[in-house]
Design a binder for this molecule. Structure first.
Ligand SMILES: Nc1ncnc2c1ncn2[C@@H]1O[C@H](COP(=O)(O)OP(=O)(O)OP(=O)(O)O)[C@@H](O)[C@H]1O
Ligand SMILES: [Mg+2]
Length: 377
C-alpha cells in the first residue's frame, strides 16, 4: 500500500493545504491507469509530480520516458513518438526505431509542453488514448502498447481550444484528471520548508554550514512574486552560496543582483506610495484611532472605556444603502471596487502600521500598496 513515505511523494516539499491536497490526489491516482494532465506555471514542479505518479504505481519497474514536445522538430515528432520501420524514410536507422511509446511499454510516457504538440499529432495521440495502439511509420499493422500518459503544460489549453490551436476532443479526453499546481506566490507558507530542504544539499555541495536566512531575506522571499516559482527559489539560494562568505546566515548581499534590485525598487515604491496616499487618507473624518485591529479584524479594545464604546464601527461607517442603490445600474465589479476603496480608506485612517493592516486583511504588503495605488493615487 502507498503511504506518504513513498520517496517520490516525499520529494515534493510543502505543507500548504494546496500541496497536501495534491499529494493526497497523487497517492489516490498513481496506482490507476488514468491519463493525468498537470498544469501550472513554469517551475511549479510538474515534472516532479509526473515522476511521483509513475513511482507511486507498479509501473515504476518499467521506464518513465519524457518527451519534450517543444524540443523535437514537427517532422520528426511522429517517428520519435510512434517509431518507424526500417527503410520507411531515407536517413532512418537500420532496423527502424521503436518510438518512445513502445520503449515505455508497461511504464509511463510523460508528454511535457503538451501545448506544442502539432495538430496532426494531437489526432494520433487521441487515437492512442482511445485504442491503446500505435502505428509505426512504414507499417500497416497497429501494435498494442501498455502505456500510461501523463501530460504537462504551462499554457491555458482551454484558451488554445478556443483559438483552434488545440483539439477540443483531445482536451476533453485529457482533462478528466487534472492536477493544477499553484504558483509559489499563492502558497508562500511552503517557502521556509523549501528553503530548508534546498539548503541541506547546497551546504554539502559548497562545503558550508549555513541553515538560516536573515530577517531581511525572509521578508523578501515572502513578498517577491516568484515568477519562476520553486525553480527560481532554488536558483536564488544556489546563487547565494556563490556569494556567501561564511557566517551564520544568508543575508541580502548574498542574493543575486535582480532580487536585490527588486527589493530596493519595492522599498522606494512603497515610500513613494506612502507619501502619495497619506494626504488622501487623512481626509477621512474619523482619523483618530478608533480601535486596534487584531488578527481577525475585530475590535480588540471594544470592552474598554465608555468613550471607546461609543466610537463608530466599520459596520456603521460603510454606506450600505449607497451600494444597494447601485445594484442593477452598475456592474458588480464596480460596486465591489467602491466598497473596497471605502473599507480601505477607513482602515488606513485607523491603522498606521501597513504591515499589520496587510496581515489583518490577509494580503501581502505589496497587494495592499497596489490597492492603495489603485484607489487613492
Ligand atoms: N514542491 C517541490 N518540492 C521540492 N522541489 C520542487 C518542488 N517543486 C518544484 N521543485 C523543484 O523545482 C525545479 C522545477 O521543477 P519542475 O521541473 O518539476 O517544474 P515544471 O513545472 O516542470 O517547470 P517547467 O514548466 O519549466 O518545465 C526542480 O528542480 C524540482 O525538483
Ligand atoms: Mg517541466
Amino acid at each position: 500500500m502507498q503511504t506518504t513515505e513513498d520517496p517520490s511523494i516525499a520529494s515534493i516539499i510543502g505543507n500548504s493545504p494546496q500541496i497536501l491536497d495534491l499529494k493526497q490526489a497523487v497517492l489516490k491516482i498513481a496506482p490507476r491507469n488514468t491519463t493525468v494532465l498537470l498544469t501550472g506555471e513554469t517551475g511549479t514542479g510538474k515534472e516532479l509530480f509526473a515522476q511521483a505518479l509513475h513511482q507511486g504505481s507498479l509501473r515504476r519497474f518499467k521506464p518513465f520516458v519524457r518527451v519534450n514536445c517543444a524540443a523535437i522538430p514537427e517532422n520528426l515528432l511522429e517517428s520519435e513518438l510512434f517509431g518507424y520501420a526500417e527503410g520507411s524514410f531515407s536517413g532512418g536507422k537500420k532496423g527502424g526505431y521503436l518510438g518512445k511509446f513502445a520503449i515505455a511499454d508497461g511504464g509511463t510516457v510523460f508528454l511535457d509542453e503538451l501545448a506544442e504538440l502539432p495538430l496532426t499529432l494531437q489526432a494520433k495521440l487521441l487515437r492512442f488514448l482511445q485504442e491503446h495502439e500505435i502505428q509505426r511509420l512504414g507499417e500497416s499493422m497497429p501494435r498494442r502498447v501498455n502505456v500510461r500518459v501523463v501530460a504537462a503544460t504551462n499554457a491555458n489549453l482551454a484558451q488554445l481550444v478556443k483559438y483552434k490551436k488545440f483539439r477540443s476532443d483531445l482536451y476533453y479526453r485529457l482533462n478528466v484528471v487534472t492536477l493544477e499546481i499553484p504558483p509559489l506566490r499563492n502558497r508562500r507558507e511552503d517557502i521556509p520548508l523549501l528553503c530548508q530542504s534546498f539548503l541541506k544539499p547546497l551546504n554539502v555541495e559548497y562545503d558550508y554550514r549555513v541553515y538560516r536566512l536573515s530577517e531581511g531575506v525572509k521578508h523578501l522571499f515572502d513578498s517577491y512574486p516568484w515568477p519562476g516559482n520553486v525553480r527560481e527559489l532554488h536558483n536564488a539560494l544556489e546563487a547565494a552560496f556563490h556569494l556567501f562568505d561564511g557566517g551564520q546566515e544568508i543575508r541580502m548581499e548574498h542574493l543575486p543582483q535582480f532580487l536585490r534590485q527588486w527589493h530596493s525598487e519595492q522599498v522606494q515604491e512603497e515610500a513613494q506610495l506612502d507619501q502619495d496616499v497619506h494626504p488622501v487618507i487623512l481626509t477621512v473624518d474619523e482619523a483618530e484611532p478608533i480601535f486596534a485591529l487584531n488578527k481577525s479584524g475585530t475590535d480588540s479594545e471594544k470592552s474598554g472605556t465608555d468613550s471607546e464604546g461609543s466610537r463608530p464601527e466599520l459596520g456603521e461607517f460603510l454606506h450600505w444603502q449607497h451600494y444597494a442603490s447601485m445594484i442593477g445600474t452598475h456592474p458588480l465589479a464596480e460596486i465591489m471596487d467602491e466598497m473596497e476603496a471605502e473599507i480601505l480608506r477607513y482602515l488606513l485612517a485607523h491603522e498606521p502600521n501597513r504591515s499589520h493592516l496587510a496581515e489583518v486583511l490577509g494580503i501581502s504588503r505589496q497587494a495592499l500598496y497596489k490597492k492603495m495605488h489603485k484607489y487613492f493615487v
